[in-house]
Each structure stands twice: as C-alpha cells, then as structure tokens.
Design a protein around this ligand. Sequence first.
Ligand code: ADP
Length: 648
Amino acid sequence: MSSSSPRWFTPSSILSYAVAILSVSAALVAGLLLDSFLDIAPYVSLFICANMVAAWFGGVGPGLLSTVLSILAFKYFFIEPTSSFVVESKDIPRLALFAVAATFVVSLAGAQRNAAKSLRRARDDLQMAVRELERLNKELLAENAERNLAEQKIRQAERELQVTIDTIPVLVGSYRRDGSPDFVNLAWRDYTGLSLDDLNGRRWEAVTHPDDVAVVDNERLRHLATGEPFQTEQRLRRTDGEYRWHLFSRVPLRDENGNVIKWYAAGYDIEDRKRAEAGLRRSAVQLEYAQRLSRTGSVGFKVATGEIMWSEETARIYGYDADTRPSVELVLQRVHPGDVALVQQQIDRARQGEQEFDFEHRLVMPDGKVRHVHVLAHIVKGDSDNKEIFGALMDVSAAKQAREALDKAQAELAHVTRMTTLGELAASIAHEVNQPLTAIVTDGAAGLRWLGQEPRVLEEVRNSLEAMIGEAQRASRVIERIRALSKKTDPEKAPLDINNVIHDAVRFVEREVLSHRASLRLELATGLPLVPGDRVQLQQVVINLVINGVQAMESVTDRPRELLLRSQQYEADHVLVEVHDSGTGFDPGSASRLFNAFFSTKPGGMGMGLSICRSIIDAHEGRVWASNRAGQGAIFQFILPFSGKGAP
Ligand code: ADP
C-alpha cells in the first residue's frame, strides 16, 4: 500500500480529484440555474462536459469520480422523485445510457490525455536524444579535428624523415623479411645509378665488386637465417665506374614475439679510411725496416702513469722479445749499473717538465755484453696531466767502438808524433851540442896537459881555456837556436771573432766531453771586437784547456761534471776567455810550474799542453793564468789584445 499511496495522494492527484468534484458542482449549478431561469435543462450535456473536463484534466480516476457524482446529481436533482436517490424502473435505461455515455466520454478523454502525455514524453525523449546526438556530434567533430591534426603532423614528420634519409651521406635501405629490398634512399640511388626496381631484379650485384659478391651473399644468407645483426665490407661501384669500399651494417626489426619482420641497412664510404690504413701499414713496414737498418727504435713515455710504449727494434735493443710488455722496471733492469743514476736523472727531468732529452748511456745484456745507446726525445703533449715523451733510441755500440778505436789510434799517433818530435829535438840538440862539448873536452884535456909540463906553458893553458869558453858559448847559441825553432814560426794572424774560435773548438771536443759524461755550457758575450790571431793555434789553446778540464773531472762522482766556457771584454782593449771546470783543482804549491814544459801530475802525462798554450798566447802578446775555484775545480783564463799591442 505504501508503494501506491504516493500515486494516489500526490498534490497533483489531489488537485485532479478536486477539479473533478468542482467541475461536477459547476455543471450542477449551471443546470439548476438554467432550469430555474430559462426553463431549459441540458443537464446531460453539462455533466458530460464536466466529466470530460475532469477526465482530460485528471485522467481516468477523476473522470470516473466525476461520472459517479454526475449520475448521483442527475438523479437527485433532475429525475423524479427529485431530492431522492430512489430510481424508478422506467428511469433505469435513461440513467444507464447516461452512465455509459459518460464512461465512454471519460475513457475517450482519459485516453486522449494519456496519448497527449505519451506524446509529450516521446517529444521530451526525442529532444533529449537530439541534444545527446548534438553533443556526440560535437565530440566527433573535435575528435576528427584532432585526428586530422595528428595525421597532418605524422605526414609532416614522414616527409621530414624522408628528406633526412635522402639527404644524409649514407646509403640507407630497408629489406623485407626474406631479404628482398623494399626501399633505398636517394644517396643509394644517386651513388649506384640504380632504382628500386633494378634492385628487385638483383642488379645490385652489377654494382658490387665481382670479388665481393659471393662473400656478401654468404653473409647475407647466413644472417637472414639467424636473424642476427651483421656487417660486411664490400666494394661498390659508383656511377662513374669507380669502386669504393663501403661498410654495410644491417640490423633486424622484430615484432613483439621476437620474429624478424624487416631489415635495415646503412652503408658508409670507408675508401679513405681503407687507403689511410693501407698507407699506415706500408709506413709501419717501412719504419720497421728503417729501424732495423739504422738500429734505431722508437719509444714513448707517459710521464704521469710511467707507461712505456716501444717498437720491436727498441725491444730488440734492450734484449727483450718483441711482444714483451714494456715498463720502466724492465728498462732499468738493462741499464748499466754505472748509468742507472744518469737514466733516473733523465726520468726525473721529464717529471719536472724538461722538454728535450739527448743523452747516451750503457746497457748490460744478460750475457754480460755492454751496449751503448743514444737517446733523443722530446715532449709531444705539453699539458701537465698528460705529458707524453716520444723519441728514438739508437744502438750506437758499433759507432762507439769504432770511435773509441779511432780515438785510441789518434791518441797513439799523437803520442808517437810527440815522441818523434821530441826525439828529433833531442837528437838535434845532441848532434849540435855534441860537437862543442867534444871540443870543450878536447880543449880541457889539452889545457891539463899543458899544466902538467915543466916548465908550465901558461900561454897554451890560457888558449885552451879561451877555446873552452868559445865552445860553450857556441853550444849555448845552438840551444838558443833550437829553442827558437821549437817555438815554431810566427803565427799567421787575421782578425778573429773569438766566439767563432770557441765554437769551432767546441765542435772538436764535443764527443770527448760527452764520452766523459760531462756537460758543456757556453756564456759568450755578444758584440766583442775582433782580435788579431792564428785561428788554428787559438783553437788549440781552447781545446787543450777543455780537455784538461774534462780530465780533471774524471774522478768526480758526487756532483755534476760541468764545464763553462765564457768570453767577455777585459779592460778597455782585451778580450778574456775563461774555462771553468768542476774537477779536482790543482795543488797550489805547483801553481808556478803548471805552464812549464814537461810538468805533469798525470800518469803517462807529457806536461806539454799548458806549455804550448803559453807559447801560443805569448806569441799573440796575450797572457794566460790559472786559479782554483773555491772548493771545486779550476779556472784557466787568457786574454788577447784587440790591437795586438801586448798584455797589460
Ligand atoms: P799533461 O798532459 O800532463 O796534463 P798539461 O800541460 O796539460 O800536461 O798540464 C800540466 C798539469 O797541470 C797537469 O798534469 C795537471 O796537474 C795540471 N792541470 C792542468 N789543467 C788542470 C785543471 N783543469 N785542473 C787541475 N789541474 C790541471
């Protein structure tokens, strides 16, 4: 019941029933009035109208109510006996007809009302559907616009991709699952002069070098079967007929199940790289031969990490197999114990940022043989974290031995020459002086004989003595002459730049200096006036002083063996040359005798070097002298006049 109560007692249903009652009441009043005043009685029509109004307004329920009320009112007010609900039998058909007519009208009006209601509902539904359709239409239009935009963008992107693929300088192609081509880019077509149709007819073989066709085909078939990416190098003919090497990389495209659905390929021109590689291989072979022939290996050293790279020849010089991994330790293992400090010093110099390296040292091979190597290197990468030194290492053992043999032969020759000269000098002295000495002895004996006779012949004794004095004076003159001869002739003087003289002399002694592991430094003043002199003789002076300095440093091990050659102006009119060494210095007690002939403190020394120096400098009207340096070494100095007018 509760579910039906809202239907019957809604405000609108109460209003409908009220309208039904009111309309019947109105019909009744109108009927009564018409009856009283006009004496006409259209009761039936009035009640039918009231029923129609009630049914039309409220539907079947109120219509039926108004029908029942109309029948009751009709009977009560208008059918005899009035004011009573008693129905006479003759009136029953009349009332039944009225009831049927009223019910018919009510059901018609109710049906019309329901139809109108249904129509309204249907119209509302239709309107709603139309609105929904309009909304859907709008959405569809928006979707369409979006899709069009997206499609436009995709087409644009496709066009851009196509242009990109066609413009990149790479030969690009895509292939079906079976390997047959379905696309090649413009670069591909331009390079080969083939179209996609040509490819389908397998004319690509015509542009692949005949020697490469089989190799490429094999690779292709092998990888189509496995679906693995692969690369081939092949020569491809350009439209102008030139074959150029290309590297082709092919990769598969797989579906979500991992099946290959397509292949993509990209080909790069590697002709220049190939040529460079071939050139590099040729250079490497040439370099290897050159290194073999010249016994020179190359070597690289990364200062920060201590990493070493070496060539086969370097490994051979060090006495290691070519495939031995080089290291500082391996290098130091071979260095002669006497040279380890020197090599370590060079490594330290490299770490301190030194740029150039030029030094010699010895190696000791496992069989005890000694090798001499000359190292020449420089820094090729300068930044502090990434210093790399590259250089060459030359096996100079043979040259060294030859040089040593030559030096020895020269030294022996010089010695023999000096001895010969001395011998000749001695012989000529003996020869020249022998005769006056013999005469002195003869005259002395004659004088003695005269003194032994009685009576003594003093006159004869006087004669003998006078003859002896004469002979002695002659001997003295002979010696004087021979000394003058031994001083050689006057020097041939020409204006000289003393720095040039020093440079020339240094060239002669460079090797000697290096072989004694000494260094030579020059500090030469510029703009010095020329000095008149004999170039060869002055060179000889510098050479003698430098060699003496080198020899004086032979026993030095606790400090660098350093020579300094310096030139400068001395007073207003002289040039001064100094030779500094860091050797042992000389005994101050012997200072006055250093320049004497035959003074030597060296075993086997002749003591002629400084003496010759002094003779030469004297002949140039200059002066030479020596002094000890404080604690280490000596300084030998000489001065020469600009004008040749004599020493101050
Ligand atoms: P020698 O050939 O005997 O060395 P020199 O005339 O060249 O003849 O030298 C004579 C001596 O002078 C040497 O034996 C040596 O004692 C000394 N002398 C020469 N140069 C130096 C030097 N630079 N340092 C120390 N002593 C030296």
